[in-house]
Design a protein around this ligand. Sequence first.
Ligand code: DQA
Length: 140
Amino acid sequence: MKKIIIINGANLNLLGKREPEIYGSQTFEDYLEILKQSFPNIQIFYYQSNIEGELINKIQEIGFSFDGIILNAGAYTHTSLAIADALSAIKTPAVEVHISNVYKRESFRHHSYLSRVCVGVIAGFGMESYRLALQYLSEN
Ligand code: DQA
């Protein structure tokens, strides 16, 4: 069975409460249950932290034994060379995801440090961005 981890970064623990007009009103925990039911043949793990170094620790910890990472680093996407370096250092492929279409938003959200070290980027499909990434990683 493939092992795939979803890693959510800064402020994504507030999904459901945080700016629902942008990020929706569903909690990630509720969405995760639905996702697990849709992919019964994949072991789906979940980790969230608001702390950059903890995200790096988790990427290093699972980066040689898992089959895929789905990473929504939140605002660290736009600032963190250190997370990009962690992704470069490991073997597990990562897909960058965003709930919102970052290209429709402020220009500071248009640049990602992570895209160049990810297999691809999925943005703008709401929570379904995670499902699309999982679909890709389950088949590749
Ligand atoms: C986000 C987009 C980022 O620009 C923002 O800082 C987030 C969430 C998204 O999922 O749409 O925290 O990654």
